[in-house]
Ligand binder design. Structure first.
Ligand code: MG
Ligand code: ZN
Length: 182
């Protein structure tokens, strides 16, 4: 299993909220019209509305698990030091439990790169499936991954994802709307 795992604190709530990173927590970067991830702290900026993840109801009832594909690691465009700097930035605003990162490109054909469910599987294997399980993402790979793992999917609407077919469970425009869903 290639995935990287950063534990901040062990999950101890009965429900799980899985968060995609790029496009949910922070803004994506467009390179030649392709969706890409920040490659420097200058390119890193938070999405509007992420304070919702510090909401007391969420704090008291949900474990927060970030699951993210970061193929720029395997491409040697970013290194783990940069990943950890970003993790620290996120942790200052979002008190997440665990961050799982797949460092692989699609060519590696690993079992954790979304839309495969390896990262969620690892979490459930170690900590068990919660009573309620939700996943917030912005891309079709997130939707497919959530469906395959039987986790309810919440699509964060973005300019670049209007073409997603069958967004299934829920669609939100502002992150605050998750409080009506979860
Ligand atoms: Mg994303
Ligand atoms: Zn992987």
């Amino acid at each position: 299993m290639c995935q990287l795992k950063y534990i901040n604190k062990n999950p101890n709530k009965k429900n799980n909220l899985f968060l995609d990173r790029d496009g949910v927590i922070n803004k994506i970067i467009l390179r030649n019209d392709q969706i890409s991830s920040p490659r420097s702290l200058d390119e890193f900026s938070f999405n509007i509305g992420i304070e919702v993840f510090s909401n007391l109801y969420i704090k008291n009832n949900y474990n927060l698990i970030i699951i993210t594909n970061q193929p720029d690691i395997e491409r040697n465009i970013i290194n783990l030091n940069f990943i950890e700097q970003v993790n620290n930035k996120i942790f200052k605003l979002i008190d997440y439990n665990i961050m799982y990162i797949c460092p692989c490109t699609i060519e590696s054909n690993c079992s954790c790169r979304k839309p495969k469910t390896g990262m969620i599987d690892s979490y459930f294997k170690e900590f068990g499936r919660g009573e309620k399980n939700f996943y917030i993402g912005d891309q079709e790979s997130d939707l497919i991954c959530a469906n395959a793992a039987s986790v309810k999917f919440i699509l964060k609407n973005q300019e670049y994802n209007k073409n997603i077919q069958d967004p299934s469970d829920y669609v939100i425009t502002d992150l605050i709307e998750i409080l009506d869903i979860i």
